[in-house]
Design a protein around this ligand. Structure first.
Ligand code: FES
Ligand code: FES
Length: 182
């Protein structure tokens, strides 16, 4: 099979744009094709594999991250749209020097709120966002806020219990400030 050189050259000449973002407090600049989704940019350019890619059309919530403090499904944004923005991923929650987990992550661990774990980083980010706005959410508030995330394994009960446990941890420890990670 012969290769059409003109077509090969066209592929090499795809337009790119520079994008510069702050991810988990670190600046990342890259030259990328405008078609690259934020989820793929975070996974393959920033090596942040906690950003999961499940459905790729906004249904499962596995790719949830925070952009400038807003909860975003990163498969629905192009990376170039976030130029100049501040992004927080699940990795950014636990950047303490001793490697300890964030209280929301601890709560998921202690409540056995995961099985395969594919959905977990999305749920942790959504829970973090919920507790940032509402420190003591009712079960109804929790269900509503997490309704944009899908778990196929757990049946949700332990996830809801993890949210309650995370809320207790945050309210019991005045040194924890959720906004400090934004
Ligand atoms: S991968 Fe983004 S919502 Fe499912
Ligand atoms: S733990 Fe498997 S999808 Fe949620």
């Amino acid at each position: 099979m012969s290769i059409d050189k003109n077509k090969a050259d066209q592929v090499d000449e795809r337009p790119t744009r520079e994008v510069s973002v702050t991810v988990n407090g670190k600046e990342i600049t890259a030259e990328i094709e405008p078609r690259i989704k934020l989820s793929d940019f975070l996974r393959y350019h920033a090596n942040l594999n906690g950003v999961r890619v499940g459905c790729e059309h906004g249904a499962c919530g596995a790719c949830t991250v925070s952009v400038n403090g807003d909860l975003i499904k990163s498969c629905l944004m192009y990376a170039v749209q976030t130029d100049g923005d501040e992004i927080l991923t699940v990795e950014g929650l636990s950047e303490s020097e001793d490697g300890s987990l964030h209280p929301v992550q601890e709560a998921f661990h202690e409540s056995h709120a995961l099985q395969c774990g594919f959905c977990t980083s999305g749920f942790v980010m959504s829970t973090y966002d919920l507790l940032t706005d509402e420190s003591n959410p009712s079960r109804e508030q929790t269900k509503k806020h997490l309704s944009s995330n899908i778990c196929r394994c757990t049946g949700y009960q332990n996830i809801y219990e993890a949210v309650d446990r995370a809320a207790e941890k945050v309210s019991d420890d005045e040194s924890i400030t959720l906004e400090e990670n934004n």
